[in-house]
Ligand binder design. Structure first.
Ligand code: GCW
Length: 647
């Protein structure tokens, strides 16, 4: 494992614990993990760890094991105590002390209890076992090969997987799906004759409290079982799933469950048999129920064979139209996994109207840590503020998205076998932030960023200020130089990197901006458009319905307006496009300079990697600026008020 970046768990972070006397009480595998962690720190820094009563600075105590994940942290009488009634709680309490560092041992009496908001905090890996001819090994992966799979099978050396589990536990993640939701032939077999490989991975993640999940194909009874059908109401199909699932549990007793992408982008599903998504999800839920497993059924269902001439089809409507009528029909152990926006992880989307519209269904909200549409880990784009906006959004007027995600919070993972884990070293901040926001969706993302900086880079104030200034606004910077005002999808088709304003405009996947000489944007109002705005509960349906009340940043998602339309900001749409594109590039230039100034404060390999990526980000940002500005100048004929160069 030499040469792998310790990320937010460098040895130094364990010094405050490693120099003290720790008592560990309780027993079980996760207690052993915590013991091992403390012992390692003590070996390095000279402290001690024991299981015998005595005089201690730190007490870590597991009292029972009720499966809960919270813990109580207490400081008093010169001693710090963490008490948990569930083994994972002890693990999280331990990492809480790591995060606090010396502060955990300062003498002011304090007592606080911590509890995750959501019971499932999950990363979905879009990893293929075999390298896919078009998508490579990790679909939409920008950090090298898979952490789990190599040369067509599970890695023999799982040390790195174990190190990954440790990093995840330290930010509160407790579940991982180990293969792509697009399930190809090789990967399908992980469910049956290759389940032993999944078991090996599960074994490496288990010591850190992480349950393993598997993506399966809905056609498994046909492609693996040789049955004539995969009809969810067919008894032989139900029996096949029950048996296959029982075998999975015989191999992996704490297996988490299945993830399914069905009737979506060519994946098989219940529609082929005239059955609903609830029928499909309930089939797998029934197979998992006796073992305590959960099926995560994805709601990413839309028509990807559209005709751009047909103005009546709106991809944004699709998930709601398919699923909301099924509310109440899903089994208790079926979770509907919904992307946070109605489209597909664009830099700016409204929150999906499905969230809040299905009170009788457990929903999980899916975010995307891998930066498919946000710079592909060549650009700095810290997504914390975007996720936080989503999670705090009050969709039914009262509950936030974070609270409504009863089925969990999920992110598509952004890691691979790259020595820095995430390709761009600063993209580690996204992974960390996801874990911490999944634990507490109301946490201030900027505090989470500061925490990540302090843990990863140590306490230096100059460095912290520099990193904060580079990362803090980087999502908005990215938005400024790419697609404007919520319009989305101006990327190159297929690989989705770099600008192509009309790339998807005439494609079967949907149409996104409708720019002509007079104006731009998609009319999704009820009054004159696709009616999508009407899928929201009030007040949002009214807010989005009118261009006068629609927030600027989503204006072109909801409305087709003239280039001279005046935004709330006091700028016209066309001037906003020009200004933001010039500003975005200037901000990248400034961030690149700032990074250069940190050269003596960051280790050389990491500094060089980021510096090299900044060159590419700047090149690409300029390309975005020039293509988008020229495109709209040519369409509209309106000159930039400030006379800057537009080609
Ligand atoms: O974002 C899109 C990606 C596909 C992905 C799909 C999905 C795994 O372009 O690569 O497929 O979404 O979420 O299923």
């Amino acid at each position: 494992m030499q040469g792998v970046d310790p990320a937010w768990l460098p040895d130094g972070a364990f010094r405050p614990i490693g120099t003290r006397r720790t008592l560990i009480r309780g027993s079980g595998p996760l207690v052993d993990t915590v013991h091992g962690e403390v012992a390692r720190a003590c070996e390095r820094f000279g402290g001690s760890v024991s299981r015998e009563p005595g005089s201690y600075d730190l007490v870590l105590e597991l009292d029972g094991d009720d499966g809960s994940e919270g813990f109580v942290y207490e400081r008093g009488d010169g001693r710090t105590t963490v008490t948990a009634s569930g083994a994972r709680g002890l693990l999280y309490g331990f990492f809480h002390v790591v995060r606090l560092g010396e502060t955990a041992f300062l003498d002011d009496a304090r007592r606080a209890s911590y509890q995750p908001e959501s019971a499932l905090r999950m990363l979905d890996h879009w990893d293929n076992v075999a390298v896919h001819p078009v998508m490579g090994q990790v679909e939409r992966g920008y950090a090298g090969g898979s952490l789990f799979w190599e040369d067509g099978r599970a890695r023999g050396d799982l040390e790195r997987v174990r190190a990954y589990g440790r990093l995840l536990a330290a930010c509160g993640i407790n579940a991982v799906a180990v293969n792509n939701v697009n399930v190809h032939a090789t990967e399908a077999r992980l469910l049956t004759d290759r389940i032993g490989e999944v078991a090996d991975i599960a074994g490496a993640l288990r010591p850190y409290g992480i349950r393993t999940h598997l993506s399966v194909t809905f056609a498994a009874p046909v492609v693996l079982g040789g049955l004539a059908s995969a009809d969810p109401l067919d008894e032989s199909v139900r029996a096949w799933w029950a048996e296959a699932t029982a075998r999975v549990y015989a191999t992996i007793p704490d297996f988490g469950g299945f993830v399914v992408k069905a009737d979506s982008e060519g994946q098989p599903g219940p529609f082929a048999y005239g059955r609903s998504h609830a029928d499909g999800a309930n089939l797998l839920a029934a197979a998992l129920a006796p073992h305590g497993g959960t099926v995560h059924w994805r709601a990413f269902v839309y028509n990807h064979h559209q005709d751009w001439r047909d103005r009546s089809t709106d991809r944004a409507r699709a998930a709601y139209d398919h699923f909301v009528p099924l509310d109440g029909e899903f089994a208790d152990n079926a979770v509907l996994q919904v992307k946070h926006g109605p489209m597909d992880f664009q830099v700016r989307e409204p929150v999906s109207p499905m969230i809040g519209a299905m009170p009788g269904t457990r929903l999980a909200v899916e975010l995307q840590a891998t930066q498919e549409y946000t710079g592909q880990q060549r650009h700095v784009c810290w997504l914390g503020p975007m996720w936080s906006e989503v999670l705090r959004f009050g969709i039914d007027g009262e509950s936030s998205v974070g609270a409504l995600a009863r089925g969990g919070l999920v992110a598509v993972a952004n890691v691979g076998d790259d020595p820095f884990w995430t390709g761009h070293p600063l993209a580690q901040a996204n992974l960390y932030t996801f874990g911490r926001l999944a634990w507490d969706p109301n946490a201030d993302p900027h505090h989470v960023l500061d925490e990540w900086i302090r843990l990863t880079f140590g306490p230096g104030p100059g460095l912290a200020a520099g990193l904060r200034s580079i990362l803090d606004g980087s999502w908005r910077t990215y938005e400024r130089y790419t697609a404007p005002l919520g319009v989305g999808f101006m990327v190159q088709p297929g690989h989705h990197y770099g600008p192509s304003v009309d790339g998807y405009e005439y494609s079967p996947w949907g149409t996104y901006h409708f720019a002509d000489r007079d104006g731009v944007g998609v009319d999704r109002s009820v009054a004159s458009g696709t009616g999508y705005a009407g899928q929201y509960a009030k007040p949002w349906a009214d807010v989005y319905e009118s261009p006068l009340s629609c927030p600027d940043e989503l204006l072109l998602f909801f409305h087709h307006v003239s280039y001279g339309h005046m935004l709330h900001s006091g700028k016209t749409v066309i001037q906003h496009i020009y200004d933001t594109h010039f500003e975005g590039v200037a901000e990248v230039e400034a961030a690149r300079e700032r990074w250069a100034s940190l050269v003596d404060l960051v280790d050389p390999a990491r500094h060089a990697r980021v510096a090299e990526r900044f060159e590419e980000q700047l090149r690409s940002a300029r390309e975005w600026r020039d293509q988008v500005n020229s495109y709209f100048f040519r369409k509209s004929g309106v000159a930039d008020e400030r006379g800057r160069t537009i080609y």
